[in-house]
Design a protein around this ligand. Sequence first.
Ligand SMILES: *Cc1c(COP(=O)(O)O)cnc(C)c1O
Length: 382
Amino acid sequence: MRSNSGSAWASKSIADPARTGAAGAGETARQALTLARMNANSPLCLRLDSEALVSNWRALDRMSGSAACGAAVKADGYGLGAEAVVRRLTEAGCRDFFVATWAEAERLRGLAPSLSVLHGVRAGDMAAALESDARPVLCTPEQVLRWKDAGGGPCDVMVDTGMNRLGISPEDAVSGLLDGLALETLISHLACADEDSPMNAVQRARFAALAGRTPARRMSLANSCGIALGSGFHFDLVRPGIALYGGALVPALAPVVRQVVQPRAEILQRRRVAAGESVGYNAIWRAEADTEVAILNIGYADGYFRAFSNSGAAFEHGRTLPVIGRVSMDLTAIRVDAAPHLAEGDRVDIDFALMDAARQSGMSPYELLTAMGQRYSRQWSE
Ligand SMILES: *Cc1c(COP(=O)(O)O)cnc(C)c1O
């Protein structure tokens, strides 16, 4: 597995409060300055590869032929930081972005050329929705009527073609329910795009049957894996998420999807563990001989799950440094006999090649990314 050492991640992304102008006077300015310093000095870092992100989007865009290629940036851009993702993909030419909630939409105000909110409009969302630039993806007949009654503007509609998650039925979609809506995109979602399943053709056929029978200007079916199912699934717009962020869930995506996320942790303490002694909770690792051990500032609260206990690894200059013992909430031990020079304050890359990490932990790449949490400084390469 590849270690992303090198100079691409020069800490250029650290916010300079004087430049951002985010802080007001007095206390706020002092807090912003303190935060910026803490961030600059953050001992736990998520290095994010801008070029890989953009390259992944371009590859998916190419695979999608004449269909437009959007981006799902819900759950804070799958944990990478939605704002940073939207800025980079917009610059690359992406226009259509998808979030789950109105709070997520609010954080992207003014950044995304086109933004859709997948949860639609609950009654409690109406004030925010009517005032927002984002469009609701209306997903129940009640939501459709609510939006019409309020004289809401452009919207999208989710139609359920077999997943039985969100969406109005195909029958309702052609019943006249949607008449009068400023319907931008009719959307449906594939249940089994990452498998060779008969469900894919069934959903595709049900969706294609709606073409020209609703007021929709565009139609959109495919997520990341749906793109790999071929041109019959592309319609007018595709909505990849996980593949943008390094998740190649089907073989066809593996050659084009690059790793974007690289966690980097710091050694808080180096110690020699004597033969017969154990390391960590429940003493699940025991030294057969005297062993050099480093304690890292990363744990399951950072999405580095207990499944990596006694099985994960860190990298340092191409050397593999295995995780030993149980991963704790904020700490993980690695074996460093192979790296005698490593000392307190040094940093190592965590082995986090996404699909390998998913296999190894038994978790999905979606879960691994969205669990990364708030303790990392997120540093984008330029
Ligand atoms: C999350 C989501 C996507 C993106 O799916 P990936 O599998 O991450 O590519 C697309 N469409 C909808 C409706 C979604 O909820």
